[in-house]
Ligand binder design. Structure first.
Ligand SMILES: C[S@@+](CC[C@H](N)C(=O)[O-])C[C@H]1O[C@@H](n2cnc3c(N)ncnc32)[C@H](O)[C@@H]1O
Length: 270
């Protein structure tokens, strides 16, 4: 997993885009900013900046391994528990760089993946696609189809949602205005097709209460608390210059160092 994260970072920090060494200070500042922004998330409105390459780099650097590992856990559990047959047609709502997609790297099912995000992470998403394609070609796994939709959730209509059978909100719902989020959930419910909705996020009522309280039926399809998901430890090798340089700048353990003890996984079958 970490080598994939590093491949994405290498894709970003290639000499045509930016010189990593000269950007180290900015990356360090962006890491601090994310940490404080996420600590101070509030509803109804939190706007987090994901516009610059530096911000993309910093986000993936710190949170990428956690997000990919959680996605991998979620999909494995859903597959085992619900015995989903056929193609998983996934909409990652606020899918960002496609780390959600990276978490499917060992998933032996037909997959269609659509990343819906108001920010433009297409460069990073393309790298993830290449990684998954390479892996799947080697292991002769089923093909994957990918789409990136750069839109705000407010600009999506029901017709655009009907084909999906898995909706995943991976650390995105806590950034939505609750009114917008609720309107989007209504659209999902109104597609009237069979589907699974998964929420992985900071487990705080003021951030995701609007979501959890407005979904019908059972919410214990998956284990609730992710504290036991030991995502971090292990592959501290192979992290290259990034780890070394940023550690020198006194950043806390980076790749995979962000644990998920305050997060929750909820899932519904609609
Ligand atoms: C914390 S990131 C999570 C990205 C990805 N799911 C992951 O786990 O790596 C939250 C994402 O939600 C997106 N987002 C926030 N508000 C949004 C909105 N109203 N419509 C679409 N995307 C939104 C942001 O642009 C950002 O990419």
């Amino acid at each position: 997993m970490f080598s994939y994260i590093k491949a994405i970072l290498d894709g970003i920090a290639n000499p045509e885009k930016f010189d990593f060494n000269s950007k180290c200070g900015e990356i360090s500042t962006a890491l601090d900013k994310f940490a404080s922004d996420f600590k101070n998330l509030s509803s109804p409105k939190t706007v987090i900046n994901y516009q610059t390459i530096v911000e993309h780099f910093a986000y993936i650097y710190r949170y990428g391994a956690r997000d990919a590992a959680l996605m991998s856990i979620v999909v494995r559990k859903i597959r085992n528990k619900l015995k989903v047959k056929g193609t998983l047609n996934i909409l990652s709502v606020g899918g960002g760089a496609g780390i959600d997609l990276l978490g499917l790297y060992d998933c032996k099912m037909g997959i269609k993946h659509t990343c819906l995000d108001k920010n433009d992470w297409r460069d990073e998403y393309d790298v993830v696609k290449e990684i998954i394609d390479g892996k799947r070609a080697k292991d002769e796994l089923t093909a994957v189809e990918y789409t990136y939709v750069k839109k705000d959730i407010n600009d999506i209509n029901i017709k655009e949602l009907v084909d999906f059978n898995l909706f995943i909100f991976l650390y995105s719902a806590s950034e939505f205005d609750s009114k917008d989020g609720l309107a989007f959930l209504e659209k999902i419910k109104n597609t009237k097709t069979k589907k699974i909705v998964v929420l992985v996020d900071n487990d705080a009522a003021n951030l995701i209460g609007w979501f959890v309280n407005n979904m019908p039926g059972k919410k214990d399809l998956l284990t609730k608390n992710t504290a036991g998901c030991n995502l971090a430890i292990g592959e501290k090798t192979n992290l290259g210059n990034y780890y070394v340089e940023l550690t020198k700048l006194n950043q806390s353990p980076i790749l995979g160092g962000q644990n998920s003890k305050d997060s929750a996984i909820y899932a519904w079958e609609l």
